[in-house]
Design a protein around this ligand. Structure first.
Ligand code: FES
Ligand code: FES
Length: 900
């Protein structure tokens, strides 16, 4: 077959049934991404004879004699395509995994299509941005600032990888050609609970190309948790690489490794597994009752399960004051039970990893992970390997949102590579991503709250049942966090919490943006609203009367070490900003069948997880006139690499392009706990600040002692371009060599003490009584992010968090049938917000500077999500008089409730 790809003639025969997407990738055009392989996401979009198509749906043979343009071919004659330029100037991306397909579609739009972008772009999904920044790119709105030196704090500096992202040159996990790589596919359990009696591999091994079948008989007995935390004690050790008991539909049972993915799939079909089916339990309250089937009854205390005999992995029972006396004092009491469903991160890049043994007998893992260092640690434990025999690293990661704070692929590719001594690759399908990774913990939260006539809170009580699924990864810390800041933000003398994280035979829950707080915030912030309305007090004023102020203790369950301080406080400003925005302006006229309502909710979050979060950073001046900054934290669209470069360049008084980043590789730098809990800016950023400050001192000392060094710094200060700056720094490096001075420094931060960040969200909505439709007329979020180091990026984080939360509030829900099987494991049936689904959110920042954060900054990746569903629930209650206590607020549910 002959096909012209980006102007180059390619003469290769596709395999039978091969789609154009995999054909192009095998030719090395890695800008053609995979998000679904089902025509739903647009990550694989290319131009075929000038027309955009989803290449995953297109048979490769039909491209014979035709012209294909991928993102790599969009730029012409060395100049970026106008769409690439626009995306660069607007920074219309975060992780960038969607950008290639997005750019191709945008490049093909005609004027009429540009007039209805929601329709024209419905085939391209982005999970990170909320689409606003991409739309700005389409409309040629620029956000990136010029001038890349001087103080870079508070400026919209372009991401270091920006050009690579918009041209498709930045590699993601599987964007690499590796000779002799084998492909792995996994056999998964069809039963929610069963013991494996036998596995017959003989037929599978007869499939041509199949090299190995790996089962529990080949896997170490050692128990671990897929969750990755600095403190091992945070999660129970309840998981094996392969177990002889399966506890949810979709659990891995065996791996087939073969020369091709097709042969591995065929091998999977030929494997015969005999199961002895066990009774399952799906409801967490039923699972706690005596006589319920036990999921981990075989585990001892070393697994750190709170009560394996009742399926309880963790529980909290705590109180301050006397909650009953508090309710006696109250003039008005509200009580309600709220339910939040299973929702998924749906990062566009699915889990993937490649493992190989190198010439020096070291195990290497290239993975889509947020936690390379902690993954290496657990791999060393599982396979009894010393740390210097294992390297884990990631390239750019295509979205994470907490989901990649787990080890779902690295352990099994490591097993195969150690077994076969050949490179082995595993890439999850979108279906596997939905049925076999993790989700947000579904929770049932009963909240009871009482207040005096004047609105003073007298009692707050929470009862939480969290469904951790079949394994306890993140179960305990999510429960603790869920019960923390949502109550801690209110000044109230009497509080009581009872909480349980419970095993069931469903797919495991895990870490997800907000880490438990979105679920409890949904309940608590609606209870606060109900109290305010019940007492006839404005919800803003009710909150002002009761929120904590600097000097107040932050009291919730009181089980965490008390290391949280008011690094700065902007909650009052956030309330004022949202209230003012909501009062501002009118709106369209609606017919009487529409009811209008407004709602507000707030959220507080500790800026760092408890118990220590560590980051080592190194910075050194290289002979080529660049400062090499080595950090451990990963870049998955959170923008931390830009922030680190801004911090280092500002402190060293140089240009942003003089900072060369090396990151997320256990072979480079010291240790980094990982890019989770919003710590990339706060913890690793502080380590970068300390390293840069120490290096600045060395540089200044050199200038004092050496005329050559002094003169190099004068040249650097007078430099008019990057080239001149780099030349001056190269001279400085030479002066250091001549003076035998080491121009390198390290920084370390342990994430303590911790600060608090705040977010307030407001909605103005219209609800149609006849159809249940919700229209969002105004969406405003105010954030206390401390000093905003890169406003464009920080705004993007807020918009992305709000977009993801709106998806969860309005329609996202992973649905299980009565047998525990996920019935909507695709983007077609699990609908994440598309371009036309989202309102614009106005983002406002409080004016604060955090004394604990790097150069005054706070974290702002997770917290924007937390108040969104409650604010929408409060607006719905105001509009309809009905309080909706279950998510999502689907139109059919709203309609049915309004008919009642
Ligand atoms: S990978 Fe082709 S549409 Fe998703
Ligand atoms: S930037 Fe669009 S999916 Fe990440």
């Amino acid at each position: 077959m002959k096909v012209w790809v980006n102007g180059t003639l390619q003469t290769h025969e596709p395999r039978a049934g091969q789609c154009l997407r995999t054909f192009l990738r095998e030719l090395g055009w890695f800008g053609v991404k995979k998000g679904c392989d089902a025509g739903d996401c647009g990550a694989c979009t290319i131009l075929l004879d000038g027309e955009p198509i989803h290449s995953c749906l297109f048979p490769a043979t039909r491209a014979d004699g035709r012209e294909v343009t991928t993102i790599e071919g969009l730029a012409q004659d060395g100049a970026l395509h106008p769409v690439q330029e626009a995306l660069l100037r607007a920074q219309g991306f975060q992780c960038g995994f969607c950008t290639a397909g997005m750019s191709i579609t945008i490049a093909s739009l005609n004027q009429a299509q540009r007039g209805d972008l929601g329709w024209a772009m419905k085939g391209n999904l982005c999970r990170c941005t909320g689409y606003r920044a991409i739309e700005d790119a389409v409309n040629k709105v620029a956000h990136v600032e010029g001038g890349d030196s001087g103080s870079l704090i508070g400026r919209n500096i372009q991401a270091p990888a920006a050009v690579g992202v918009v041209t498709g040159a930045v590699p993601y996990t599987l964007d690499v050609t590796m000779t002799g790589v084998l492909h792995m596919k996994l056999v998964r359990s069809p039963h929610a609970h069963a013991r494996i009696v036998s596995i017959d591999r003989s037929d599978a091994l007869k499939v041509p190309g199949v090299r190995a079948v790996l089962t529990h008989e080949d896997a170490p007995e050692r128990l671990f948790s897929t969750a990755r935390h600095e403190l091992k004690a945070n999660d129970p050790d309840d998981t094996r690489v392969f177990d002889d008991v399966v506890r949810f539909i979709g659990q891995r049972v065996a791996a087939v490794v073969a020369d091709t993915a097709a042969a591995a799939e065929d091998g999977c079909r030929k494997l015969t597994v005999t199961y002895a089916v066990l009774a399952p339990v799906f409801d967490p309250e039923a699972a706690m009752r005596p006589g319920a089937p036990l999921l981990h009854g075989d585990k001892g205390p070393q697994s750190r399960i709170a009560n394996a005999a009742a399926n309880v992995v963790a529980e909290i029972h705590t109180h301050v004051g006397d909650v009953e006396a508090g309710f006696d004092e109250a003039a008005f009491i509200y009580e309600g039970t709220y339910e939040t469903p299973r929702v998924q991160h749906a990062s566009l890049e699915t889990f993937s990893a490649i493992a190989w043994i190198d010439k020096s007998e070291r195990l290497n893992i290239r993975s889509s992970t947020q936690v390379p260092f902690l993954t290496r640690r657990v791999l060393c434990e599982i396979y009894d390997l010393p740390a210097d025999r294992v390297r884990v690293f990631c390239e750019r990661v295509g979205g994470g949102f907490g989901g990649k704070q787990e080890m779902f692929v690295e352990d099994v590719v490591a097993l195969a590579a150690l077994h076969l001594r050949q490179p082995v690759q595993l890439e999850f399908t979108r279906e596997e991503q939905f049925v076999a990774t993790s989700t947000r913990h579904p929770m049932r939260v009963t909240v009871k709250a009482g207040a005096k006539k004047d609105g003073t809170l007298t009692a707050l009580q929470l009862h939480v049942v969290s469904n951790t699924g079949a394994y306890g990864n993140h179960g305990p810390p999510v429960l603790f966090h869920a019960c923390g800041e949502c109550l801690g933000v209110y000044r109230c003398a009497n509080k009581k919490i009872d909480g349980y994280a419970v095993y069931t035979n469903t797919l495991p829950s895990g870490a997800f943006r907000g880490y438990g707080l979105p679920q409890t915030n949904f309940a608590v912030e609606q209870a606060i609203d109900a109290l305010a309305r019940g007492l006839g007090i404005d919800p803003f004023d009710f909150r002002r009367r009761n929120i904590i102020r600097p000097g107040d203790a932050m009291v919730s369950h009181g089980l965490d070490p008390h290391d949280v301080e008011y690094g700065s406080y902007g909650l009052d400003q956030c309330l004022d900003l949202v209230e003012a925005a909501m009062r501002d302006g009118g709106g369209p006229e609606f017919s009487p069948e529409w009811r209008l309502g407004e709602g507000v909710a707030l959220g507080m979050i500790d800026t760092v997880p408890p118990g220590g979060h560590f980051a080592d950073t190194t910075i050194a001046l290289r002979a080529d006139g660049h400062y090499e900054l080595t950090i451990g934290t990963a870049e998955f669209g959170n923008g931390t690499s830009t922030v680190h470069a801004q911090i280092a360049a500002t402190i060293l008084g140089t240009g942003i392009h003089q900072i060369a980043l090396r990151q997320s590789d256990t072979d480079h730098g010291g240790h980094d706990t990982g890019a989770y809990g919003s710590t990339g800016t706060v913890v690793a950023g502080r380590a970068t600040q300390l390293a840069a400050e120490a290096l600045r001192q060395h540089v200044d000392a050199l200038a004092d002692a050496s005329a050559e060094g002094r003169s190099a710094l004068v040249s650097h200060a007078n430099a008019k371009s990057d080239d001149e700056r780099s030349a001056a720094l190269a001279t400085l490096a030479e002066a250091a060599r001549n003076a035998q001075v080491d121009l390198s420094a390290t920084g370390f931060d342990d994430g303590r003490p911790r600060s608090v960040a705040f977010n307030v969200h407001g909605f103005k909505i219209a609800v149609n009584r006849s159809t249940g439709e919700i229209r969002i007329l105004r969406s405003v979020q105010a954030a206390d992010a401390g000093t905003v180091i890169n406003p464009m990026q920080c705004r993007g984080q807020v918009e992305g968090g709000v977009a993801q939360a709106l998806g969860a509030a309005l329609y996202e829900e992973l649905i299980l049938d009565e047998g525990g099987q996920v019935i909507n494991p695709s983007f077609r049936n699990y609908h994440i917000p598309a371009w036309g689904d989202l309102p614009r959110t106005e983002v406002l920042f409080a004016d604060t500077s955090d004394r604990l954060g790097p150069l005054g900054a706070k974290s702002m990746s997770e917290s924007p999500y937390n108040p969104v569903a409650a604010a929408l629930g409060n607006a719905l209650a105001a509009a309809t008089g009905v309080r909706f206590r279950s998510l999502p607020f689907r139109r059919d549910r709203i309609w049915a409730a309004l008919q009642r």
